[in-house]
Design a protein around this ligand. Structure first.
Ligand SMILES: CC(C)(COP(=O)(O)OP(=O)(O)OC[C@H]1O[C@@H](n2cnc3c(N)ncnc32)[C@H](O)[C@@H]1OP(=O)(O)O)[C@@H](O)C(=O)NCCC(=O)NCCS
Length: 190
């Protein structure tokens, strides 16, 4: 379990815990990026793209954080007055002998290509290993998502293998490559 007001800074990018006040900004980004993100996500209901839907998402993030189940962060553009440009989450945390978690993220299409995802992954890796005491972070990436693969590769993750029909994305059970970094590994980009 961890208390909520957390912020980690890189040069042009920060990550911080969500607050209820973020629902408005998230709704705007989610609506504007709907077509961009749909090919990479589970099917969402219409309510997801409303202010109430995003307020519910933020409330779930805050609750899960307080319970130590998952840690969802806003990704901020420091050069744009800490404007929210994305979300990154350490989820599916299993303690015991595994000390493993998955990693998910997205960045506003309008802010792509500026290194925000790479910086956010670097910061969240630091939080997961140094603060949460996890041992392994394990993102799963569709083979055709070359941009996302590049992000984790830049952060020092290794591709361990392909899991067949692993996640249901946009209504289809998609194969995913399992990438991983353990606490012993050198951390690039952090
Ligand atoms: C994947 C995503 C998070 C990347 O965000 P970003 O902030 O643009 O990422 P970065 O700028 O840190 O790095 C992107 C890298 O991919 C590279 N890239 C861009 N398009 C690419 C392509 N078509 N093929 C290969 N690499 C590509 C960029 O050149 C950059 O690498 P470089 O620094 O070596 O030049 C963003 O595109 C996104 O949200 N996509 C939709 C949701 C998604 O796929 N989430 C991840 C699910 S696993």
């Amino acid at each position: 379990m961890s208390s909520l007001p957390v912020r980690l800074d890189a040069e042009a990018t920060s990550i911080r815990a969500f607050t209820a006040a973020d629902a408005e900004a998230l709704t705007e980004i989610r609506v504007r990026n709907r077509a961009f993100m749909e090919p990479f996500e589970p099917v969402r209901g219409a309510s997801f793209y409303t202010r109430a839907g995003q307020a519910a998402e933020v409330a779930m993030d805050v609750e899960s954080w307080l319970l130590g189940r998952s840690y969802g962060f806003a990704i901020l553009d420091r050069d744009a007055g800490d404007h929210i440009v994305g979300r990154i989450v350490i989820a599916n945390i299993v303690r015991g002998a595994w000390q493993n978690a998955t990693l998910g993220y997205w960045v506003d299409e309008a802010a792509n290509g500026r290194g925000h995802a790479t910086a956010a992954v670097g910061l969240v890796v630091r939080f997961a290993f140094d603060h949460l005491g996890l041992h392994r972070i394990q993102p799963a990436i569709m083979p055709r998502n070359a941009r996302s693969a590049r992000v984790v590769e830049k952060c020092g993750f290794r591709r361990e293998g392909r899991a067949m029909r692993y996640l249901r994305i946009a209504g289809v059970w998609e194969d995913h490559d399992i990438w991983a970094l353990t606490a012993e590994d050198p951390r690039a980009g952090v």
